[in-house]
Every structure is written in C-alpha cells, then in structure tokens.
Design a protein around this ligand. Structure first.
Ligand code: 3HC
Length: 301
C-alpha cells in the first residue's frame, strides 16, 4: 500500500552515492545505515578534518562491532569500510545524487550549508535535511532549486528506531518526495509524509512531554522522581533518560522552537538551557548527580 500522500515510486531518482554533511553522532549513525542498506559509496564532511575523522572512527567502530557480533561477515565488513570516506573538500560531493545534512540546528547555518553545497553538486541531486523542528522550506530559502529539498527526520538511536518523517514542503516536487520515500524503504524504515510544521508530528508530542516534565522539575521535583513516575506509562525510557539520549542541546532547541511557534501551548524552560550548558542530567555511576534546582541554579550533589 502506498503511504498517504506518496507520489508514484517510478518518479524516484536512482541513488548511487550518498553525501552526508556533518560528522556528529546523528550524522555518523545514519551514514552507517546508508552504507549498510544502500551499499553505495558514502562520503561524510564537516568543518575540519578532526571532526571528519571522529565520524569515520565511529562508523568503523560500529562496523567492527557488527562483525564481532556475527551480524555481518568479515567480507561484508571490508566492503562497507571501503565504501565509506571522509573529506573536507565539497568538490568530493560532485557525483553524489543524495545529500543529507545534520549540522547544528540553526536556520542560518543550514541555509548556508545547502547554498554552498548546491554549487558543487549535480543539478539532479536530491537534498535532504535531518532537522528536528526547523522549517524545511526556510532551510531551502537560499537554494536555486528548492524543489529538490525534502525533510528526512531520523530518530535516535538511528539503527533501532523504525520511523522516518519525510517532510514535504510546498516547494518539494514529486520526484524529490518519491526519491525520499524509496530511500526510506531501502533503509528498511517506516516513512510517513508530514507537513512542514514546527516539530512535524513526533517532536510535537516529544516537546509536550518534555515541556510538562521539565516544568515539574522547574517546580522542584527531582529528575529521577519524574522519570520513575512517567516511565510506567509504557515508555521504554523516562523522559529525562530520553533527553540525555537525544542530547540536552537538541532537546532545549526542540522546546524553544515549539514555544516560539505556539507560546500558549508549550513551556519554555530556562533551567533546561542551564542543564544543556552543564551537559548531563543523570549519572549512572552516582557521581555528579543532579537532583533538582536550588533557587533556579543547578544543585549538583
Ligand atoms: N545505537 C545502536 N543500537 C542501539 C543503541 C544505540 N545507541 N541503543 C540500543 N541499541 C540496540 C541494541 O544493540 C539492541 O539491538 P539488538 O537487539 O539487535 O542486539 C536493541 O537496540 C535493544 O537494545 P537494549 O536491549 O540494550 O536496550 P533496550 O531494549 O532498553 O532498548 C532503546 C534501547 C531502543 C534505546 C529503547 O530504550 C528505546 O526505544 N528508547 C526510546 C528511544 C526514542 O524514543 N527515541 C526517539 C527520540 S526523539 C528523536 O530522536 C528526535 C529528535 O529530533 C529529538
């Protein structure tokens, strides 16, 4: 059955080489998924060689882990390793026909990243953004061909979470949308097509949960109490455990975006920003454990 709103698969463009802009944890996770499932060359880039090397090291470690668990054969591991490369030279993206970015969640940065990469890629290449809650249409504002841009929103951990939100902007054309749906299928993910609204669908819900539970913490209830109270509703993780998984800065950004778009429906939390600066909430070793806030400041015990 064709997913709701999906154009004809026949319109999809072939993907023979993937370019990934950003070599952070999210980008490296899906670079690995692309190489495993599409079995085409994947090139990653970032601001400098050190970041690229870190991303490549993550991918190689994960391939080694898959091999040692017997999930892939040594031959397959070698094939995958040979398909992954890193670069700081955008010219290496010239023959990519699918380029996806996961750089810092700031509109201006994403706009500039796409405007710059468009100078180096083929006119046929499809562009995708993994933004978690920014407007995909605005991200494409500086593109010469915004019709080739689509949202392609993964969830953490990428290898495990089954969903991709494919974000259809008013500018996205059917060829681009169809390519995104076919790529998602090859990645063995369930794809849903969403409107280009703040937080799309899933992060609307996540921001609601995060906002409400953060508000409880702002009022003085310790994180672990909130996690223990909410998790038995059937969640695999407590909301703050999940926040640590996705990254505190990402979580703070998601909440900010929702508050800015719908101030009457979503909280803002200054404490969440303080936390994001601090870097972590729960320490499973019992060290540096934050149990709450003391008069607005973090109280670390
Ligand atoms: N990377 C890769 N694989 C991972 C992983 C990771 N970080 N964490 C767990 N896995 C794999 C394990 O290897 C295991 O695979 P296997 O069964 O093939 O061996 C499988 O996941 C299950 O792992 P575990 O048994 O160790 O642990 P759990 O059963 O507790 O599951 C979990 C871990 C899948 C992370 C589960 O706790 C979960 O689903 N948590 C919720 C995650 C979630 O909601 N993510 C969405 C976040 S929102 C987001 O990303 C959007 C963004 O825009 C903010």
């Amino acid at each position: 059955k064709r997913p709701a709103g999906a154009p004809d698969k026949a319109l999809a463009k072939p993907v023979t080489k993937v370019g990934v802009i950003g070599a952070g944890l999210m980008a490296s996770q899906f670079a690995l998924l692309f190489v495993r499932r599409l079995r085409v060359p994947v090139v990653i880039t970032d601001l400098d060689q050190a970041r690229v090397d870190k991303g490549l090291a993550y991918i190689r470690d994960e391939i080694a882990a898959l091999e040692s668990k017997g999930r892939i054969s040594p031959d397959e591991a070698n094939r995958l390793r040979a398909l992954v490369s890193g670069t700081t030279d955008k010219a290496d993206f010239a023959d990519c026909d699918w380029v996806i970015e996961a750089v810092f969640e700031e509109l201006g940065i994403k706009q500039d990243v796409f405007a710059e990469i468009e100078k180096h890629i083929s006119p046929e290449a499809v562009l995708a953004t993994n933004t978690s809650s920014l407007s995909v249409e605005k991200i494409g504002a500086k593109l010469e061909h915004p019709e080739r841009l689509v949202g392609f929103h993964f969830f953490n951990p990428v290898a495990v979470m089954p969903l991709i939100e494919v974000v259809n902007t008013p500018a996205t054309n059917d060829e681009t949308l169809s390519t995104a749906m076919v790529v998602a299928g090859k990645l063995k993910k369930t794809a849903v097509i969403t409107r280009d609204t703040p937080g799309f669908v899933v992060n609307r819900v996540l921001a609601k949960v995060l906002g409400e539970t953060m508000h409880a913490v702002d009022e003085g209830t310790p994180f672990e109490v909130v996690d223990d109270a909410v998790k038995p509703f059937g969640l695999p993780m407590g909301p703050f455990e999940l926040l640590e998984l996705v990254g505190l800065k990402v979580g703070a950004h998601v909440l900010d975006t929702h508050h800015a778009a719908f101030p009457d429906r979503f909280f803002e939390s200054k404490n969440l920003h303080a936390l994001a600066e601090h870097g972590r909430i729960l320490d499973r070793d019992g060290k540096g454990r934050i149990t709450g806030f003391d008069k607005g400041a973090l109280k670390i015990v």
